[in-house]
Ligand binder design. Structure first.
Ligand SMILES: NC(=O)c1ccc[n+]([C@@H]2O[C@H](COP(=O)([O-])OP(=O)(O)OC[C@H]3O[C@@H](n4cnc5c(N)ncnc54)[C@H](O)[C@@H]3O)[C@@H](O)[C@H]2O)c1
Length: 381
């Protein structure tokens, strides 16, 4: 057994999980504030019944797509004009990240660029966020329990994070029934993101026993239910497994970091219009294959073997079984290569240079050189 490294662990202040628990949202919000600012997806009518029961006066703010510095500024201005005292986000990772950013910027009276990593001033948040309730409707990014909010920065052509312990939501309310309406393409992309967010922390150089336990449980749930939820979106058991996988992956990544899949995904997501989950899905197999080839350390191979056992549910599964399972799954779920989103080998220099400096790359269990990163990118096209 390997020695236990020193580690810490932080998550949302409260986590509420279970089918039907969205009914508790009005009370949860009412206990935190009286003037909610509510971020939703582009179609708020999807959650009309839930929205109608929230405390009033409330301001509902639909989010058109993955958030950017500009959409965050507009949302903060609207929340300030409303004199919001609690922020609620009901939606996919895009909506949760916008809500998280609004709560932090509202609490601090600052601009996104004061705090953004990589392209901004990177200043820590000095004051607490406004109370923030995160209600995911995809399964999922795990953004309901992470300490960062990803924003696109058009001028720099990248996505970067606001990050800090104060960004952890006050309440993560996870109701798998809210994900029943996700179409197969969203189920596939967000489900493969959730799976990756369990796999990358499990093999990460920053893994610890607590995140290992969460990541293994998440992989088991994804292994038995991702294909089932894609084939039948109304399968509540499968949706519940995936919602739990997303939640556990979020807890794991927030405390053990990620790896090369996310190192690349943030970069390509800033350059072309590719949904985050689809970028992760296209990169997953190429990164795993490269890490396995480049791993000089048996401990890394054993970590991948343990992922194989969790994902396949077979006690004797090997890393070859892991790769085979991933290949079959991305094929069954209709995952497209990055070429489908306008990327080509002509982008390799820019993608590789940016990915090498991405914060997620630090968690990758194997340091990858420029040539290896180029190979990964070419295979993901
Ligand atoms: N903060 C974090 O820790 C973290 C982690 C991973 C990803 N992210 C970010 O999350 C975003 C991606 O989130 P996502 O994968 O959830 O996608 P998303 O939020 O962009 O949603 C994808 C699509 O699904 C639709 N949708 C959402 N819920 C639905 C439902 N219940 N029924 C029908 N349609 C539904 C949305 O309207 C949208 O069209 C990216 O911006 C990514 O950078 C953040």
């Amino acid at each position: 057994m390997s020695p236990v490294p020193p580690f810490g662990f932080a998550t949302a202040t409260r986590v509420l999980f279970g089918a039907g628990r969205a009914a508790e949202l009005p009370d949860v919000v009412g206990a935190l504030g009286a003037r909610p600012f509510v971020c939703t997806g582009k179609n708020p009518a999807r959650h009309a019944q839930l929205l109608d029961r929230l405390p009033a006066p409330r301001l509902v703010h639909p989010v058109p797509g993955e958030p950017s510095v500009e959409t965050a500024r507009l949302a903060v201005a609207a929340a300030r004009a409303h004199r919001a005292d609690v922020v609620v986000a009901i939606g996919g990772g895009s909506v949760l990240d916008l809500g998280k950013a609004v709560a932090a910027l509202l609490g601090n009276g600052t601009d996104p660029l004061d705090h953004l990593e990589v392209v901004g001033r990177g200043r820590p948040f000095a004051r607490p966020s406004a109370p923030f309730v995160a209600v995911p409707t995809t399964a999922g990014t795990g953004a309901e329990v992470t300490a960062n909010a990803v924003l696109a920065v058009a001028s720099a052509g990248v996505k970067a994070s606001l990050r800090g312990p104060s960004l952890l939501p006050s309440v993560a309310l996870v109701d798998p029934l809210l994900t029943l309406g996700c179409p197969p393409a969203v189920t596939a992309a967000s489900g493969l993101d959730a799976l990756t967010q369990c796999l990358e922390p499990l093999v990460s150089s920053f893994a610890n026993p607590l995140t290992d336990a969460l990541a293994r449980e998440g992989l088991q749930r994804a292994g038995r239910s991702l294909r089932a939820a894609y084939a039948d979106g109304g399968n509540v058991d499968a949706r519940t497994d995936l919602a739990l996988c997303g939640l556990l992956g979020g807890m794991a990544l927030a405390n053990a970091k990620l790896g090369a899949v996310h190192g690349f995904a943030g970069v390509v997501g800033g350059m072309v219009d590719v949904p985050h989950g689809e970028a992760c899905a296209a990169l997953l197999v190429p990164v795993v294959e490269m890490n396995l080839r480049a791993a000089a350390d048996d401990a890394v191979l054993e970590r991948y073997a343990s992922a194989a056992r969790s994902l396949t549910g077979r006690a004797n599964a090997s890393v070859a079984d892991l790769v085979a399972w991933l290949h079959e799954t991305v094929a069954q779920l209709g995952v497209r290569g990055l070429g489908a989103f306008g990327l080509s080998v002509a982008h390799a220099d820019e993608v590789v240079a940016k990915a090498a400096g991405a914060s997620s790359m630090r968690g990758n269990p194997v340091p990858l050189n420029e040539e290896q990163l180029r190979e990964v990118f070419a295979a993901a096209l």
